[in-house]
Structure formats: C-alpha cells, structure tokens
Design a protein around this ligand. Structure first.
Ligand SMILES: NC(=O)c1ccc[n+]([C@@H]2O[C@H](COP(=O)([O-])OP(=O)(O)OC[C@H]3O[C@@H](n4cnc5c(N)ncnc54)[C@H](OP(=O)(O)O)[C@@H]3O)[C@@H](O)[C@H]2O)c1
Length: 215
C-alpha cells in the first residue's frame, strides 16, 4: 500500500519504519525535509521510504496517518490540502494534550467533543479511525512486552475503515483491536493519555500499555 504520514516526530518515524519494514511505500510529510533525524530515518528505512511536504504525503497515501502535535493538527491538515483526504482511511494518532501547566498534561478538548471528532468534521469525506494514541511510539510496532501483548482500542464511524485498520494492526503484531464505537469514542481514548502519563509516573516506567482481562 501507499502510506502517507503527516508528522515527522517520534511517532511518524516509528510508524514510517514499521510500514516500510512490512513492504509498504511510505512518505513522511513535514515542513522541513532536511532535518538530520529525517535524513537518518530515510536512510535506515530504505528505498520504500521517502520525505515530502504535508501535501506531497497526503497526495501520496492511499491510507493516511495523522501524527502531528495535537494543537496544530488542523493547521497541518490545511497545509496538506483537505481534498487529499477525501475517501481515504485516515488513522488519527494525535492527542489534544495541553502542557501549559506542566506535567502531567491535561486536554484542550474533551468529554463533550474530541480532537478525533474535530478532524472528522474537518474532513467529512474521510474515514477517520482513532488508533495508536494510547501507547508509546516504542510499542506501536511488534508490541510484545514483558507482561504480554497489550490490547489496542480503536474508534471510528466507518466499519470498512476499522476493518482496514485491524488488518494493519495484525501486520504489526497486534491482536484484534477492541472497537469502542463511533468517532465520539475518541473522547475517551484521548482522555486515556493523561491517565497513561499518571500511571507511568506512579509505576516509574514509560514502557506501559493496557490489556483488557476477562473472567
Ligand atoms: N510520542 C508518543 O509516543 C506518542 C504516542 C501516542 C500518541 N502521540 C501523539 O502523536 C502525535 C505526534 O507525537 P510526536 O511525539 O511524534 O511529535 P510532536 O512533537 O507532538 O509533533 C511533531 C509534528 O508536529 C508538526 N508541527 C509542529 N508545529 C506545527 C505547525 N505549526 N504546523 C504544522 N505542523 C506542525 C511537526 O512538523 P514538522 O515535521 O514540520 O516539524 C511534526 O511533524 C501527538 O499528537 C502526540 O500526542 C504521541
């Protein structure tokens, strides 16, 4: 598949390497392709990896991933060209984190709305699926941990898009995701992140993920 990743931080690069290593043709979109960490990423990820503008990456991908800072994600979509998202599966990895009062972060939108819903409203013809936002970038690909394989939770309005995302998760070593419903479920997946930070602080480890246990 052709994959377009909007965002060149730890998440964009980790997912980009994951897609390239699974045989997909990946372009990372950024405002600055010359950043040393991106040049290094492209070299390491090999010939299936390329760099471009946000608009180049959005046009390139059959599946798109949003991996930008939460508060600038809507601005990044504008740079990418909203029409480039029409009809596509858009995996939303972002979190609306507010660090204005330091750690742990809070959210700049929540409980009655979410960034996932804002993105779906901004891109009405795209099929937005919230996914990957509740784990660290180090756990996104091949998520085996000391205590087992965690669960991934997803939310989105389009059943076909969620099926496509479940297929990608399987390729990356995840089990079947837990589908928490429509994109309004993003309110609670995003709220999970400040809780994740508090749990990490409490157990003194940043290598933490979640698993649903059934009796
Ligand atoms: N870090 C994690 O492990 C983790 C895990 C789960 C979810 N998340 C979420 O995933 C997203 C990405 O996280 P991250 O840590 O990889 O990177 P980040 O530092 O949150 O975001 C980096 C990206 O934001 C873009 N950006 C910054 N200012 C911008 C602006 N004014 N206009 C347009 N784009 C701008 C940067 O663009 P340039 O490339 O042009 O610099 C870069 O691509 C965040 O929403 C985060 O909450 C992170």
């Amino acid at each position: 598949m052709k994959i377009g990743i909007l965002g060149s931080g730890d998440v964009g690069r980790a997912l980009g390497s994951g897609f390239a290593s699974h045989g997909h043709d990946v372009m990372i979109g950024t405002r600055t392709t010359s950043k040393p960490e991106l040049v290094k990423w492209q070299k390491a990820a090999g010939k299936r990896a390329s760099l471009g503008t946000f608009a180049n990456a959005a046009a390139h991908g059959e599946v798109l991933l949003l991996c930008t800072r939460g508060d600038v994600t809507e601005a990044a979509i504008e740079l990418a060209g909203p029409k480039n998202f029409d009809g596509k599966v858009v995996i939303d990895v972002t979190n609306p984190l507010d660090f204005s009062k330091g750690m742990p972060p809070s959210l700049f939108v929540g409980t009655t709305d979410s960034l996932g819903e804002r993105i779906q409203r901004k891109l009405p013809k795209a099929k937005v699926v919230k996914c990957f936002n509740i784990v660290s970038n180090e756990t996104m690909i091949d998520p085996k941990m000391k205590d087992g394989t965690p669960d991934m939770l997803i939310a989105g309005n389009d059943a076909g898009a969620k099926k496509a995302v479940a297929g990608i998760l399987k390729e990356f070593g995840w089990g079947d995701p837990i589908d928490v419903g429509g994109i309004d479920g993003a309110r609670w997946l995003e709220a999970w992140t400040p809780l994740w930070v508090r749990i990490c602080q409490a157990v003194d480890s940043w290598s933490v993920a979640f698993r649903v246990l059934r009796s």
